[in-house]
Ligand binder design. Structure first.
Ligand code: ATP
Ligand code: MG
Length: 380
């Protein structure tokens, strides 16, 4: 494994910041990682003008900037305030953000946080490796940005018929940390047979009726929402999610009240408040949402408490398929390096690779155990 001497100096030089400043912050802000002999630094919080989630490949001296955060709209009616003239309405897919780059002649998949994920890398390499390699050698310094969706991943398992377990849909192309015009993205995706996130409409920013129709249609289909973009990215994009997913997130999160449950509840309720207000929903519709919301809060939480009382683990379970045993080994090392509390069970090996069940233990497990043992409520 190649050792990088003087990591602080090297990183400071690549980032163009002073070694003294970096030295003070490195412990907290930077994590040095290695994937198959490639050393890289993960910027864990904004540092010297670099976004959280930026990855720096140390040997190649390559910076892969973090994907910018997208502002959430409270009201669809506010779109004209923030956009210029024409807008592109894209579907917002409910998976996880993955930047794909080439480093050291390998195709690598980087998560939102800036880590090369060995699992995602292996799956994308197997599906699109050759095409992506060609694309990235024609278009230098380009970073593909997209969403991995489907049920076979260790982050956001959500069923999409078009994903067949695992797939990658490009939604942006970045260059030097900037989002590029959508026509450039379409050109690359088209030329190399990659998949593009669904583009739902190209309309004027004042066509609010049409926008509302699109959101209602997605809501009926149980889809997450939309991202609204300027065709040239002259102004930052906006996101907006459906009532369906706002409630569904609570239902998922409340399987673990002391983990996701806690943070999901308030954010999603605020979204719903704005929706009931903007859509001027009447009492009947309000009752319907209130019942769904109430169930989403209580049912999964009680179910997992019942499970715990019967001695079962409160853990999130994921089904993964590793193309090879090496990929599995790399992923297990990765989990260990990040200190993730997980149990891995090998289900079997077949044509598609090694099938694995991954269980991530939740804090709720401990809280529930304590409640059941002591009879005390953990909160007043
Ligand atoms: P943040 O609020 O920082 O953007 P988050 O993790 O809370 O991050 P989300 O609420 O899921 O993110 O919304 C932003 C994310 O939506 C993007 O980072 C991207 O992964 C995902 N996404 C899905 N579809 C699209 C799309 N068509 N265009 C852009 N992003 C998309
Ligand atoms: Mg998301």
């Amino acid at each position: 494994m190649p050792v990088v001497d003087n990591i602080v100096d090297k990183l400071a030089e690549i980032l163009g910041i002073s070694s003294e400043i970096l030295e003070k912050k490195i412990e907290r802000t930077v994590k040095i990682m290695n994937y198959r002999g490639i050393n890289y630094a993960v910027i864990r919080e904004d540092l010297g003008g670099y976004r959280e989630g930026t990855t720096v490949f140390l040997e190649e001296e390559k910076i892969v900037h973090g994907y910018p955060s997208i502002r959430r709209l409270a009201f669809l009616e506010s779109v004209p305030m923030h956009m210029i003239d024409e807008i592109i309405v894209e579907e917002k897919l409910n998976g996880y953000n993955v930047r794909v780059v080439d480093a050291d002649k390998k195709v690598l998949a980087i998560t939102r946080g800036g880590y090369v994920c060995p699992y995602t890398t292996a799956r994308i390499e197997k599906m699109y490796g050759d095409r992506i390699k060609e694309a990235l050698s024609e278009y230098e310094d380009v970073v593909l940005t997209g969403e991995v969706i489907g049920t076979e991943n260790p982050y956001v398992a959500y069923e999409y018929p078009e994903a067949d377990g695992f797939d990658y849909f490009v939604f942006d192309v970045m260059k030097n940390g900037e989002l590029t015009p959508l026509s450039f993205r379409d050109e690359i995706v088209g030329k190399y047979g990659l998949k593009l996130v669904p583009v739902l409409a190209r309309i004027g920013k004042n066509e609010l009726g049409r926008l509302r129709e699109i959101v209602d249609e997605l809501d009926k289909r149980g889809r997450e929402g939309i991202v609204i973009k300027d065709p040239m990215h002259r102004v930052p994009p906006l996101k907006y999610t459906t009532i369906y997913i706002n409630i569904k997130d609570i239902e998922e999160g409340m399987k673990y009240p002391f983990d996701e449950g806690r943070s999901y509840l308030f954010t999603r309720i605020i979204r719903l408040i704005c929706q009931v207000y903007e859509y001027s929903l009447g009492n009947k519709e309000l009752d319907n949402i209130a019942l769904r919301l109430g169930r989403a809060i209580l049912k999964p939480a009680v179910e997992s408490l019942r499970e715990r009382s019967m001695g079962r683990l409160v853990a999130a379970t994921y089904r993964l398929v590793f193309p090879s045993e090496d990929d599995l080994r790399d992923y297990l090392e990765f989990l260990e390096e990040l200190g993730v509390d997980a149990v891995v069970k090998i289900i079997g090996a077949g044509e598609r690779g090694v099938e694995v069940e991954l269980m991530k233990l939740k804090d709720t497990h401990g809280y529930y155990s304590k409640i059941l043992e002591t009879g005390y409520s953990p909160l007043d």
